[in-house]
Design a protein around this ligand. Sequence first.
Ligand code: ASP
Length: 330
Amino acid sequence: MQRRKFLKNSGLTAAGMVSAPLLGSCKNDAKSDVDGKIIVPNKPIVVCTWDFKNASAKAWEVLNTGGSALDAVEQGVRIEEADVNNETVGKGGRPDRDGNVTLDACIMDKDSNCGAVVYLQNIAHPISVARKVMEETPHIILAGKGAEQFAYAQGFEKEDLLTESTKAQYQEWLKTSKYETPINIENHDTIGMLAIDEKGDLAGACTTSGMAYKMAGRVGDSPIIGAGLFIDNEVGGATATGVGEEVVRTVGSFLIVELMRQGKSPQEACEEGVKRIMKKNEGRKDFQIGFLAINKRGQTGAYCVHPGFSYRRYDQRGHENITSDSFLKT
Ligand code: ASP
């Protein structure tokens, strides 16, 4: 009891006493091997699905100036939400089969607080609405009209999210109205972002317009805590992209964090996550899934079904687009 009190008052935990000198040496150690023999936490660091250079640079700017992981991931993914050339996130996202752009997003912090919006229309930054749900309401998920009304009450503005480009593509799609889930191997897709700040705390965000020409009302994995995103400040975080139905069925991001808790590296955990999905889909090759994970030490990993997935990592050594290994090789 006495000792605990002392540790609390001095601001040191038993673990903190051991690691404090190491943390000091880590800050400027640009040579530490974050993928292999890391002995000290690599922080701050941010990773995001796909090669979203501008979004990760924004998040890094926040982290590098002492900002929190939570602010970093929100600010980071907002870059993609605002980019009308990204047709899978935010404004300029492709619509559902009725021509409506409906957005999904969630955010989670170091204390396991989380917020999400699903089937949100007319608001360009669902991630910020999700954060408001987390911080301003006793709830975790708001959907559809309720989420939209809440956003207006919080000062968000109504915007038309359909652009000339996505409208033209939709009109073209209407000619056949063929509903399929394409294997997305392009370099832009749902953005899932995971960060560790200078204090060593984690946060994550995930935002998407979902699958193009989806059924009206369809919600994927991206705004579902545990599926599209999960953070546990003791262990690490994970996020997903690809066909959301498959990620939901395995509660993918939660699974990966739990595998890391059991001792797997982020890479091993992502591989196991994809293998579980493939086992449930024996013989199926018509879908893509990409998992991305980070552990408390700042080690990262990714794995996907088809070649084509990558993630961007930004840390004290600079930034890099890292190609993910895949379950299927061609
Ligand atoms: N995971 C997203 C969804 O299912 C879409 C994607 O990442 O392509 O809505």
